[in-house]
Design a protein around this ligand. Structure first.
Ligand code: AMP
Length: 375
């Protein structure tokens, strides 16, 4: 008996042993999800691993809030995560510097990548969320994919006429930031659509800081009928009003101090609206006055003391379309926004900190919402 069945029995045993080994290996592979040290935050690097993580939460009806970022995390990002933890069982933070939203002449290669401090900030915030009993959820996962993972049929390139699978939201994506950076909103909308499809969040969290981006994302989720709620959180600022931004590291103290001019200009315009003026000339006139006074004062300084900039635009626009308006309808409100380009310093003082990557030109954006006045 044994003689006749021996080899096939051994073969059958081998198959069973192989299957057990395979199952164990699979289990071990599944169990060995990378974590941020000393936390339960999973680090997911592939689309497949996010889908695997997401599925049980879907079946158990656990809600997920997604906070898309490009890393170099600061208090503005952390405020979005706090908001997401208040409303969802799980928070997923994506960290991905998306090349498609950088123009070919922009700062992709020098964009700050700070994985160690980002994960330390997430670990600290997660402990805070755990200690504060009022939160609904915690940071459950970081999605940090590579570009081949995000562009499975190959990265289409950063050129305006690149061919590929894109999401374009027009005309809102063509004005203001879109006029200065023609591929920017195509890159943003495309990567956000991918992230939403992979993570399948109930809610997504964006900062008011990038106001036109919020309008583009709202339009995208509405027009393309995504089952995703878009939540916008206020702009986090430094004490003097400068909006926090990952790109502020490029500035160095001298340019940073002048960079706040944009906020001061928009604030002056807001005050004019609050004082009862509704027309474009009065409101934007107040902003332009602050800018020209600052530029005049800076120009009088020596090259080793001054920080100069160009104004890209100062806008007063409709909050739903971002198209320019001649007067504010008080029942509807408006968006004041602007962009300035800080020049590199032409002369530096001994030991002066000129900023990250040698202090290249830096484009700063900011905005203030003119809220509707209830009658
Ligand atoms: P980024 O990493 O620059 O792509 O930004 C990721 C998210 O953080 C976007 O939704 C931004 O609008 C938001 N964000 C950036 N800076 C701030 C800020 N100062 N306050 C609030 N949200 C911000």
């Amino acid at each position: 008996m044994i003689g006749a069945n021996g080899p096939s029995l051994r073969a059958a045993r081998a198959v069973v042993t192989g299957a057990v080994f395979f199952t164990r290996t699979l289990r071990t592979a599944r169990a060995a999800v990378e974590k941020i040290p000393s936390t339960s935050i999973s680090v997911l690097r592939s689309v497949e691993s996010v889908r695997r993580w997401r599925q049980p939460h879907m079946l158990n009806q656990r809600s997920v809030g997604l906070v898309p970022t490009m890393g170099a995390l600061h208090e503005g990002h952390l405020a979005l995560i706090r908001a997401a933890a208040k409303e969802n069982h799980h928070v997923v933070v994506s960290i991905y510097v998306n090349p498609a939203q950088f123009g070919i002449k922009e700062d992709l290669s020098s964009y700050p990548v700070t994985w160690e401090s980002d994960t330390a900030a997430l670990a600290k915030l997660d402990r805070e969320l755990a200690d504060d009993g009022s939160n609904f959820g915690r940071i459950s996962a970081v999605f940090a994919p590579t570009t081949p993972e995000m562009y499975p049929s190959g990265f289409p390139g950063q050129e305006i006429d690149s061919k590929g699978s894109f999401v374009t939201i027009t005309p809102v994506g063509e004005v203001l930031e879109g006029a200065s950076r023609p591929t920017f909103f195509r890159g943003v909308a495309t990567v956000c659509m991918k992230l939403f499809n992979v993570v399948q969040p109930e809610r997504v969290y964006f900062g008011q800081k990038d106001v036109q981006q919020t309008v583009v994302i709202r339009r995208m989720t509405g027009d393309l009928m995504l089952p995703t709620e878009v939540i916008i959180c206020p702009t986090e600022r430094q004490a003097d009003g400068l909006a926090l931004s990952s790109r502020n590291v490029y500035l160095g103290p001298r340019r940073r101090n002048v960079g706040v001019t944009l906020y001061r200009a928009l604030s002056a315009a807001e005050q004019t609206y609050k004082a009862g003026k509704l027309d474009r000339a009065s409101i934007l006139g107040a902003a332009n006055e602050v800018i020209s006074q600052t530029l005049e004062a800076q120009t009088k300084l020596s090259a080793a003391e001054r920080a100069l900039f160009d104004v890209d635009y100062i806008s007063m626009a409709d909050p739903n379309t971002m198209l320019e308006i001649d007067a504010v309808d008080p029942a509807h409100g408006a968006v004041l926004s602007g962009a300035i380009k800080m020049h590199s310093l032409t002369e530096t003082q001994r030991g002066e900190d000129v900023g990250h990557a040698g202090g290249p030109p830096v484009r700063l954006i900011d905005n203030i919402i003119l809220k509707p006045v209830s009658s």
